[in-house]
Write a protein that binds this ligand. Structure first.
Ligand SMILES: [Cu+2]
Length: 184
């Protein structure tokens, strides 16, 4: 372990998130490989988790969906693209993610890939994920960072939100980012 634990990214940095490479899933993509380039030009709200997570991931995805829905109600704002990237590619294949994302926002796109691709996608966001031991049924938990990340239409990581933030607070912050955004 690198000791990052549940700690947050150090400050807001302008690390480019332009190197995501994760496999296609039920999004508006023409090719199997998908990545940041598919989302350039759109505001992205991104979460890393896994579909077998008993309560934290469903809660966070409910929060993410509530934020996107709140912003959807303002016709002057651009539509946010909600994304869910798995930290458990062993179990979360395309079919599992496609089923899972249906329970949340209708625009939510789930992404999976090889373990390397998924790790690579999380690196720019300093995502921590560590699978625990398997029980007798082969079931296991994945300890992981619990943060929502805001990515600008330029593909830059702008802000993150931890679990102390309400959907209203997050929506307000995103509104401010959109208002103050100066394109590259
Ligand atoms: Cu989780």
């Amino acid at each position: 372990e690198d000791g990052l634990g549940d700690s947050e990214p150090e400050g807001k940095h302008r690390s480019s998130a332009s190197h995501w490479t994760v496999s296609f899933l039920n999004g508006p993509f023409s090719s199997r490989q998908s990545g940041c380039q598919d989302f350039l030009g759109r505001w992205v709200l991104l979460y890393f988790g896994f579909t077998h997570c008993p309560d934290i991931c469903p809660e966070e995805l409910d929060t993410l969906s509530a934020v996107v829905s709140a912003l959807d109600r303002d016709p002057a704002l651009p539509r946010l693209q909600p994304l869910f990237i798995t930290v458990d590619p062993e179990r979360d294949d395309v079919a599992a993610l496609a089923r899972y994302v249906r329970d949340f926002h209708p625009r939510l796109v789930g992404l999976t890939g090889t373990p390397e691709e998924v790790q690579h996608a999380g690196r720019d966001f300093r995502v921590y994920a560590s699978a625990g031991p398997k029980d007798e049924d082969g079931d296991y938990m994945v300890d992981h960072s619990v943060l929502l990340y805001l990515v600008s239409p330029d593909g830059l990581f702008l802000d993150y939100y931890n679990r102390t933030k309400s959907p209203e607070q997050i929506a307000d912050s995103i509104r401010n980012h959109i208002r103050n955004h100066v394109p590259l």
